[in-house]
Write a protein of this length. Structure first.
Length: 284
């Protein structure tokens, strides 16, 4: 049984931070960084990830590398995946108390889902993944048997409303929108797998209480702060309980931190902004 939720909660309480640092190394931006990053494309990805982790580790309660940026390595997908594998090993060795979420929003059915899950948890050795729930229980449970999972529920992108906000049975009185049906299913999965959480975007902050009313203390991964202009104050007010164990959540920031002139300072500022909005004693 995974202990992702306990690891994340412990990390938050020790450093008093809800900041998730998303490691999204956009290839076109790496060359412009002062000091460069390695010789080969693989080296650039790896060294950028290592530098980001080292600079921000004091303020990060969790790291979230996005697999897409590594697969698109100019040296080829295999070299990019090697960089990702080496980055995760680096974090594990140097910052063992910081959990790692692999952001790849994958899924499949049956044995195919099992292969994705074993790649993430047994080979890369991450603590949690992001996955989509569209294929139902016999796909999601393959991941939950091995580790933590954040199920896409109310994502932060503008086009999410094309599906997530639609009622599956149009015209039926009381029929909830799809994202609340997902939340209800997550509540069921959590009875056996408490490390099941949800992705709930800061661009829809008023929907967060609707989700938590169903899922209780399920971990939330909240993107959408920064470029997507999610409302941090409303998000924190709607996501936080009286203490961290009531409403375990992380606020993700990627480019706003990793491409800042001073990534450590950017991570620290986001931590302080979040903490100023939390209830007194939240981490106690």
């Amino acid at each position: 049984m995974s202990n992702f939720r306990e690891r994340l909660l412990a990390r938050q309480r020790v450093i008093r931070s809800c900041v998730c640092v998303g490691i999204d190394p956009e290839p076109e931006k790496l060359a412009a960084l002062a000091g460069g990053c390695g010789e080969t494309a693989r080296d650039k990805l790896l060294e950028f990830g290592q530098r980001t982790a080292a600079w921000t580790q004091k303020f990060a309660c969790v790291f979230k590398p996005n697999m897409g940026f590594f697969l698109n390595c100019a040296d080829g997908p295999a070299e990019g995946m090697k960089a990702l594998e080496m980055l995760i090993a680096y974090i594990r060795t140097n910052f063992p108390d910081i959990p790692i979420i692999l952001d790849f929003k994958a899924n499949d059915i049956g044995n195919s889902a099992k292969q994705y899950a074993e790649m993430a948890f047994k080979h890369l050795k991450v603590d949690a993944v992001t996955i989509n729930p569209y294929l139902g229980s016999n796909s999601v449970l393959e991941f939950l048997r091995l580790g933590g999972a954040f199920v896409l529920c109310r994502t932060s992108n503008e086009s999410a409303k094309e599906f997530q906000g639609v009622c599956p049975a149009e015209g039926v009185v009381g029929e909830p929108p799809l994202f609340l049906r997902v939340a209800s299913q997550v509540a069921e999965w959590r009875k056996a797998y408490p490390d099941c959480g949800l992705v709930a975007g800061a661009t829809y902050p008023d929907d967060i209480p609707k989700i938590t009313a169903i899922t209780g203390d399920a971990p939330l991964l909240i993107p959408g702060i920064g470029k997507q202009k999610g409302d941090l104050e409303v998000t924190i007010r709607n996501a936080a309980g009286a203490k961290a164990s009531d409403r375990l959540f992380v606020i993700n920031s990627s480019s706003g931190i990793i491409f800042a002139n001073d990534p450590a300072k950017a991570a620290e500022q986001l931590r302080d902004q979040i903490n100023a909005l939390l209830p007194a004693g939240f981490y106690d």
